[in-house]
Design a binder for this molecule. Structure first.
Ligand code: ADP
Ligand code: MG
Length: 368
């Protein structure tokens, strides 16, 4: 697998300054630059309407780019029709042909490519075995469960051995357990076969668990492109910090900034906190600071000059492996702290007054 940091000669899929407008006025994709390596599993993650499907459709050839170039294996494909791009596709609603059997559904992309009967049969059998549906060739889609239909859709996308497969919310219609099983199967198949996957979802857990890299979309732009752990631990702006995982946010003004540390005065109470300057440039800048619930410490034993905040416990929720405590902090009553259920972990009660704090590097001063 090849993971690319920047646009490069080696990119397998490349969006180069791509824009898209449906109505000639508003851009729903704004200046997209994205290079995907061969064998990479890249996920486009973002809220509804952020432009993910549009990007996938342009790559597949069902929509044209208004501006810019799309390249596959170094060749521009803007004017190549979909069936000549050699790309496999899987959608949310399966899109199997209802009047055909499973085997006939799989034969279709092979017939289109003029592959002879005996070779077709070999490939169909292999594809069905791959998704553990070897015995279902004679059934019609209506005789299969949702999960089985989605496995067939996956087999149909893989049967002609494409080097690139696009998937648009393929598991969105399935229940949680089946979704998790198929998430695992899709990533395993993709890696075993060495295919490049561009996957679209609005589900952050799915994106984090399946992908080599995730492109977080909002408003037609990539907000951050990074590996899952980096995205979670080092979000570059407030949108990403709040979209990925749970985060506490507090608003304030930077009063001191030196190197990799800044002090922020909180709006509500005038209390001071320590943070890592990420998106702030100078003293006086407005900022939204962002701190993960698992990085907050009670009665913190931090450095001598570290700031702490007064907090009041509003709710204590026992969740088995973790405790989830809701606090009133700096005028907000939705501040969440998560602690592991260790033998020595103190269980707080509503009404308790405590101090909280954190390491400055765990608290990111982002844009407002
Ligand atoms: N065929 C279309 N004609 C006009 N507008 C469209 C069309 N498809 C999508 N849009 C608009 O483009 C924007 C991005 O949509 P889409 O790419 O489907 O986002 P996502 O897949 O992230 O939900 C939305 O505002 C949507 O309404
Ligand atoms: Mg979509």
């Amino acid at each position: 697998m090849l993971v690319l940091d920047t646009r490069s000669e080696q990119a397998f899929v490349e969006f180069d300054r791509v824009q898209k407008s449906y109505d000639g006025e508003t851009l729903v994709v704004k200046d997209l630059n994205l290079a995907i390596g061969k064998g990479e599993f890249l996920t486009m993650l973002g809220p509804s309407g952020s432009g993910k499907t549009t990007c996938l459709m342009m790559l597949a050839g069902f929509e044209t780019a208004t501006h810019g170039e799309i390249r596959l294996d170094g060749k521009e494909i803007n004017n190549i029709p979909p069936h000549k791009r050699g790309i496999g596709m899987v959608f949310q609603n399966y899109a199997l042909f209802p009047h055909m059997t499973v085997a006939e559904n799989l034969a279709f992309p092979l017939e289109v490519r003029n592959i002879g009967k005996s070779e077709r049969e070999t490939k169909i059998k292999r594809a069905l075995d791959m998704v553990q549906m070897g015995d279902f060739g004679g059934r019609r889609p209506a005789q299969l469960s949702g999960g089985q239909q989605q496995r067939i859709a996956l087999a149909r996308a893989l049967v002609f051995e494409p080097e690139l497969v696009l998937m648009d919310e393929p598991l969105g219609a399935l229940d949680k357990q089946l979704r998790e099983t198929l998430q695992f199967e899709i990533t395993r198949l993709a890696h075993d076969l060495g295919i490049t996957v561009v996957y679209v979802t609005h589900d952050q857990t799915e994106a984090l668990t399946m992908s080599d890299r995730v492109a977080v979309f909002d408003d037609g732009r990539i907000q951050q492109l990074a590996a899952p752990d980096e995205l979670y631990e080092r979000p570059e702006n407030s949108f990403v910090a709040q979209f990925i995982g749970e985060n506490n946010t507090l608003e304030g003004t930077v009063t001191k900034l030196s190197g990799d540390r800044c002090i922020v005065k909180l709006d509500q109470t005038g209390e001071h906190i320590d943070a890592l300057p990420v998106n702030v440039k100078k003293e006086g800048d407005r900022t939204l600071v962002s701190i993960r619930p698992e990085r907050v410490e009670f009665d913190p034993q931090l450095g001598p000059d570290a700031h702490t905040l007064d907090a009041e416990v509003l709710e204590f929720i026992y969740m088995g492996d973790v405790f989830r405590t809701r606090l009133r902090v700096a005028g907000r009553d939705d501040f969440i702290v998560k602690t592991r259920n260790r033998a020595d972990q103190k269980r707080l009660s509503p009404g308790d007054r405590i101090k909280i704090g954190w390491l400055p590097q765990d608290c990111r001063a982002l844009d407002t």
